[in-house]
Design a protein around this ligand. Structure first.
Ligand code: AP5
Length: 218
C-alpha cells in the first residue's frame, strides 16, 4: 500500500507516519528527514540546502524529485511507502505521477491532515525528539513516560529542530499555502483525496487513519 500524508508544518504527518510504519510495515519516506541527514553529513547536497531550510523556504523540485526517485523502489519499500512531506508542489506531484507510472506503482490513498494555522505554532515550538532514535515528543501534548528518558530506546539526549522557531514557521506556513495547498484540488479532482481532522488528539487521528487504510495492523 502506498500513501501520501499531506498537511501543513506541524500537522502531525511525521507522528502518524512513524506509527503507520511500525504498525503496518510501510516505509516512511520523509523528505525533511532525508534533507536534515544530508545537512548533518556535510555533503554537497547538505551544504546546498542548509540555508534554504533554515529560512523555511522550499528546496527545488529537481533536487527533491531526484532524491525520492531512488527511494520508492528500494527493497525496504517492497510492502509500500508513506510519503511524508512530499509532494509539496504541483511540479513534484506531476513528477511523482510519472515516476509511479514508469515503475508500475500506484497510490492507494492521499490523506490530508487538516489543522488550523493557529494550532501549528504551538505544536512546532513544543516539539523535540530523541537524539538517538528520532522518536518525536512534545512539551505538553506528548511527553516521554519518564521525564528525560526516551520511551522507544531509553536515550537521554533530546534535540530541537533549527527551523522550529516562530520566524521560520511563518515562512513555512506561507510556503504551504502558496505552493502545497494547490495539491488538495489536484488530488481531489481525481477523487483520490481523503481528509482527517488533524485537530483531534493524536490517538483519535490515528484511529481515523486506520479506518481509511482499513487494516488491523501486521
Ligand atoms: P519537513 O521536515 O517536511 O517539515 P514540515 O512539513 O514543515 O513538517 P513538520 O515535520 O514540521 O510537521 P509534521 O506534520 O511532521 O508534524 P509532527 O508530526 O512532527 O520539512 C522541513 C523543510 O525541509 C522544509 O521547510 C523545506 O525547506 C524542506 N523540504 C522538505 N520536503 C520538501 C519538499 N518535498 N520540497 C521542498 N522542500 C522540502 O508534529 C508536530 C508536533 O505536534 C509534535 O511535537 C507532535 O508530538 C505534536 N502533534 C502531532 N499530532 C498532534 C495532535 N493531533 N495533537 C496535538 N499535538 C500533536
Amino acid at each position: 500500500m502506498n500513501l501520501i500524508l499531506l498537511g501543513p508544518p506541524g500537522a502531525g504527518k511525521g507522528t502518524q507516519a512513524a506509527r503507520l510504519e511500525s504498525l503496518y510495515g510501510l516505509k516512511q519516506l520523509s523528505t525533511g528527514d532525508m534533507l536534515r541527514a544530508a545537512v548533518a553529513s556535510g555533503s554537497a547536497l547538505g551544504q546546498e540546502v542548509k540555508g534554504i531550510m533554515e529560512r523555511g523556504e522550499l528546496v527545488s523540485d529537481a533536487i527533491i524529485v531526484r532524491m525520492i526517485a531512488d527511494r520508492i523502489t528500494a527493497p525496504d519499500c517492497k510492502d509500500g511507502f508513506i510519503l511524508d512531506g512530499f509532494p509539496r508542489t504541483v511540479g513534484q506531484a506531476e513528477a511523482l505521477d510519472r515516476m509511479l507510472a514508469e515503475k508500475g506503482l500506484k497510490l492507494d490513498h492521499v490523506i490530508e491532515l487538516k489543522v488550523d494555522d493557529s494550532a501549528l505554532v504551538a505544536r512546532i515550538s513544543g516539539r523535540f525528539s530523541c537524539a538517538k532514535c528520532g522518536a518525536g515528543y512534545h512539551d505538553t501534548n506528548r511527553r516521554p513516560r519518564k521525564d528525560g528518558v526516551c520511551d522507544a530506546c531509553g536515550g537521554t539526549e533530546f534535540v530541537r529542530r533549527k527551523d522550529d522557531n516562530a520566524e521560520t514557521v511563518a515562512t513555512r506556513l506561507k510556503a504551504y499555502h502558496a505552493q502545497t495547498a494547490p495539491l488538495l484540488p489536484y488530488y481531489q479532482g481525481r477523487g483520490a483525496l481523503k481528509s482527517v481532522d488533524g485537530m483531534a488528539a493524536i490517538d483519535d487521528v490515528a484511529q481515523a487513519l486506520d479506518k481509511i487504510i482499513g487494516k488491523g495492523g501486521k
